[in-house]
Write a protein that binds this ligand. Structure first.
Ligand code: NAP
Length: 292
């Protein structure tokens, strides 16, 4: 079988075009979408990610609002900033870039973001709504995975889906979204016994581990759809968790690394920011769960 390569770059570009249209409509209705990014400390990768996010905002007409804090910033100062951003009407989305310096608790700080501005979808309220099957603002990478599956016209109702990884950021929300789409989902992790046998049951296999070679062709059922979320920097460049050649020989469709899930994350952040601005324009300020 020769697998369809799911082109995340092209699909992300379509999402960005859609968001740019939505932002124009929002502005015509009197809204002013603005994304506040909060960066604490000197992590070089975080600086690059935040810069990319701000540039992406500008491209689609969202106003980037940036706050950069010293690595030694006291917890109270960050709490006060997040409270001020929650109140600021020029800010329709708040993104606290992780990781934080060790003295700041990421769960506590993320949890301080107002739910209607939670464009990363990581607050307990957003995660709780998702777990109840009432998704509101959904974490960006998992939302990107669902967008890729939709573009590849993967029928999820009744499909057997296997997710490897159970992090708050990626694995768990992907499982919840697949469940909300009526797939029958098995979630795997580092303690799963006979991972290969579980994977071979999958019509849809989503791999989010961070370890190259976690999935090889012999673990993929003939005709399955394989989504590789993993990214690891190696001497050969950026690689995923899936051995692409052997998996593509079995799969019906597969994402490459790079160029698969990666480009979707910022595209879905923009999409969430537009959605948050829409909710604030039309609603009372509390998040309205999405249909489905
Ligand atoms: P994480 O928090 O480290 O979680 C990794 C998960 O993999 C854990 O649940 C862990 O199980 C599981 N795992 C580890 N070794 C395993 C094994 N041998 N067999 C089965 N499961 C195993 O990582 P994450 O934040 O979810 O990220 C996962 C990957 O996605 C990373 O490569 C990351 O860089 C990438 N990522 C990419 C994007 C993007 O935009 N493309 C965005 C976010 C993340 P336990 O829970 O039992 O420890």
């Amino acid at each position: 079988m020769s697998a369809e390569i799911i082109d995340g770059k092209a699909i992300a570009a379509q999402v960005r075009e859609r968001v740019a249209r939505e932002v124009r409509e929002l502005r015509a209705s009197g809204a002013d979408p603005g994304l506040a990014t909060v960066l604490v400390g000197d992590d070089p990768a975080s600086h690059v990610y935040v810069r990319m996010k701000r540039e992406a905002c500008e491209e689609v007409g969202i106003t980037p609002i940036h706050h950069e804090l010293d690595a030694a910033t006291p917890a109270d100062e960050l709490r006060n900033l997040l409270a001020a951003l929650n109140e600021d009407r020029a800010v329709t989305g708040v993104l606290l870039q992780l990781p934080l310096p060790a003295h700041l608790d990421p769960n506590e700080m993320t949890g301080l973001i107002a739910a209607e501005k939670d464009v990363d979808g990581l607050t307990p309220l957003s995660a709780g709504l998702l777990a109840q099957g009432r998704p509101s603002l959904v974490p960006c990478t998992p939302a990107g995975v669902m967008e890729l599956l939709a573009h590849a016209r993967v029928a999820l109702e009744g499909a057997r889906a296997v997710v490897i990884g159970r992090s708050q950021l990626v694995g768990r929300p992907i499982t919840q979204l697949l469940l909300a789409a009526d797939a029958t989902v098995t979630q795997c992790h580092s303690r799963t016994r006979d991972l290969a046998a579980v994977c071979r049951e999958a019509d849809v296999l989503v791999v989010a581990v961070g370890r190259p070679g976690t999935v090889t062709g012999e673990m993929v059922a003939e005709g399955a759809v394989v989504i590789d979320v993993g990214t690891s920097r190696t001497d050969d460049g950026l690689v995923g968790d899936v051995d692409f050649e052997s998996a593509a020989a079995k799969a019906r469709a597969i994402t490459p690394v790079p160029g698969g899930v990666g480009p979707m994350t910022i595209a879905m952040l923009l999409s969430n920011t537009a959605r948050a601005a829409q909710m604030q324009l039309h609603g009372s300020g509390s998040p309205t769960p999405a249909a489905g």
